[in-house]
Design a protein around this ligand. Structure first.
Ligand code: BES
Ligand code: ZN
Length: 634
């Protein structure tokens, strides 16, 4: 019996060791030859990483639903870059800081002086902590504000189950500072650990590995051992269940949402395999997806190991799962190789949109991919006609502006078109190899636009005179530093859309909607159909479409979105109750902001917008409250 136990112990420890050593769980070694990166200043942070750099963040937080507060401490492990540095500068926003302590051995902490500076509307408030010469750790005791810009607190009524409250964070771009005092710059990478305490019945999840066997009920421990930028630190807590989808993937969501979510997301493992084939191993261990309540202000957020996603992608036919391809792609473009500052954001989103399309092509075929690429270019071009030239630039100057304002179709779609242009010019095989090398070379680093250009030059162009003549630095300047789209911009082409266009034409010529050939149309085909219609439609035309396709009551959030937009434009009153229901349940900004923008174009619409916003506001995320508030009141 003893012998058996010993064998078991040895076996299990070998198992544990081999798990720990598996390539997916350990931090990757730095690239063989470290590439010298350019130094760039982050205008969106008060921190002083060039003097003292935070390397690890250890959180110890209580989730206090009744006060809408996270309360506890953040212990920061620091590294001196300048030996005589005697203060640590951190970013905060609306934090109540009660104490700062330092330690030189990690065990004994002594109080130190700290000061909160002048608050800036965009950047928040700098926190300066005095550092004794030997200090290696800094512990800040603090609590968040109930209106923290990076935290949304939900009433039970805003959840699917209606029983428990819910809370989630959204740190990108500069909102981590509203719930953690830290160096909130994408150029500063940290590992992190956390202990989170919640009321009974509430599970906490984070963008990190969960250390299981929680010793106490309601206490959750996490560890992220790969260095990540602060905007990827994330927490959610609520009545959250889990279901496995594959060997390293699964879905977290409220129990009432589970079956629908698990079915829709069943191809996730296939997507990971497709991406690994193209761009090298997935380096984060598990890839799980948290499907949030509908007030989540974004479509998705690539929090490492745990993508946060809106439930509005659950269309029932997988036609919106390209969003998962997108967030998964960030595990290479963004989380592995990160923009050093927010003006380099296109390195995150342009690359990711390009990767997203390649994953969709690999898993669902070229036709599906091209539909999405065509829609992407259409949306971009429509936007460019309205945009200030300086906002059409990939390497955009965001000094003095909120980095969230830089999150437009330009970094996404223009960035993806640049990569597609490079692919088409260089050839797919060669370009794939190049990208794989790029992700390897810069893995776990934060890089600037100039670093990408230098790498491209050295690894793709220098050795090939023909290519460097075509992809000259003038051409690259035109793409990266100038407004508009170059003449060489690739033109995606979709055969499926040819039929959609024919149907739109036939209907406009008088063919009844019910007799159109719309069988098995995906979301993208519907979106394209609506794009082909003129802005003004008559009441009978609206009725004809609505009665044939049940558009007002569509459960597909994207289709409902365009239909409601058209309804507002054409004053189609039948859709107004649905419009109100839509705007008071969904908080995804991409879906609600254009509806408010359309409403405020007429005096009657503006009144309606104000009335709906008054009801909806409390249910929106702080970021959406502000952005919609500007539309309705501005
Ligand atoms: N990282 C972004 C979301 C984001 C960007 C949040 C900037 C805050 C500031 C995420 O990867 C994303 O791009 N989401 C898109 C979906 C995607 C399929 C285009 C979204 O939320 O709509
Ligand atoms: Zn993205």
């Amino acid at each position: 019996m003893k012998k058996l136990l010993a064998v078991f112990l040895i076996l299990s420890s070998v198992l544990v060791m081999s798990c720990q050593n598996s390539s997916t769980e350990k931090p990757n070694p730095p690239a063989a030859q470290a590439i010298q990166l350019v130094e760039v200043r982050d205008v969106h942070s008060f921190a002083n990483p060039a003097q003292v750099r935070v390397k690890h963040v250890d959180l110890n937080l209580d989730v206090l639903f009744d006060r809408k507060v996270l309360k506890g401490s953040a212990t920061l492990t620091i590294e001196r870059k300048q030996a005589d540095a005697n203060e640590l500068k951190l970013d905060t926003r609306d934090l109540k800081v009660s104490k700062a302590e330092t330690s030189s051995d990690g065990n004994n902490f002594a109080a130190t002086k700290f000061a909160l500076g002048q608050a800036d509307k965009i950047l928040g408030t700098p926190l300066t902590v005095e550092l004794p010469a030997q200090a290696t750790k800094v512990r800040i005791e603090y609590e968040t504000s109930p209106t923290a810009s990076g935290v949304q607190w939900l009433q039970p009524a805003q959840t699917a189950g209606k029983q428990y409250p819910y809370v989630f964070t959204q740190s990108q771009s500069i909102h981590a500072r509203s719930w953690i005092p830290l160096q909130d710059s994408p150029g500063v990478r940290v590992t992190y650990s956390a202990t989170i305490r919640t009321p009974s019945g509430i599970r906490a999840v984070m963008s990190a590995e969960e250390i299981d066997g929680a010793p106490k009920l309601g206490e959750f421990s996490f560890n992220m051992r790969q260095p990540i930028p602060s905007y990827l630190i994330a927490l959610a807590a609520g009545d959250i269940a889990f279901k496995s989808l594959g060997k390293r993937t699964g879905v977290y969501t409220e129990p009432a949402m589970m079956d629908k979510a698990a079915k829709e997301l069943e191809d996730t493992e296939k997507m990971i395999e497709a991406t690994e084939t193209l761009y090298g191993p997935y380096r984060w261990g598990r890839y799980d997806i948290l499907v949030l309540p509908p007030s989540f202000p974004y479509g998705g957020m690539e929090n490492p190991r745990l993508t946060f996603a809106t439930p509005t992608i659950l269309a029932g036919d997988k036609s919106l799962v390209s969003l998962i391809a997108h967030e998964l792609a960030h595990s290479w473009s963004g989380n592995l190789v990160t923009n050093a500052t927010w003006r380099d954001f296109w390195l995150n989103e342009g690359f990711t949109t390009y990767l997203e399309r390649r994953i969709v092509e690999a898993v669902y075929g070229r036709d599906t991919e091209e539909m999405q690429a065509v829609l992407g270019r259409q949306t971009l071009e429509a936007l460019l006609t309205k945009f200030d030239p300086r906002d059409q630039i990939l390497h955009v100057d965001l000094d003095g502006r909120d980095p969230d304002d830089g999150s437009t179709e330009v970094p996404y779609e223009k960035g993806a078109l640049l990569l597609r242009y490079l692919e088409e010019t260089v050839g797919r095989d060669k370009f794939d190899q190049f990208l794989k090398g790029y992700f390897d070379s810069f893995a776990f680093q934060s890089i600037a636009t100039a670093d990408f250009r230098a790498y491209l030059q050295k690894n793709l162009l220098d050795a090939n005179p023909q290519l460097s003549a075509k992809i000259s630095s003038d051409v690259l300047d035109e793409w990266i530093e100038k407004p508009g789209l170059p003449a060489s911009t690739p033109k995606p082409q979709s055969n499926a859309f040819t039929n959609v266009e024919a149907q739109a034409k036939a209907w406009l010529a008088g063919k009844p909607a019910a007799s159109l050939d719309t069988k098995a149309w995906t979301t993208q085909e519907w979106l394209h159909f609506f794009q082909r219609l003129p802005a003004k439609l008559s009441e009978p035309q609206m009725k004809d479409l609505d009665q044939a396709f049940g558009l007002t009551n569509s459960g597909n959030a994207e289709i409902a979105h365009v239909w409601l937009l058209i309804s507002i434009r054409n004053n189609y009153a039948t859709a107004y109750p649905r419009l109100e229901e839509y705007l008071t349940t969904i908080g995804r900004q991409k879906l609600i902001k254009p509806l408010y923008e359309e409403l405020v174009k007429t005096p009657a619409g503006k009144q309606r917008a104000k009335a709906i916003f008054a009801k909806a506001r409390a249910g929106y995320h702080p970021i959406a409250q502000t952005s919609v508030g500007k539309i309705v009141n501005g």
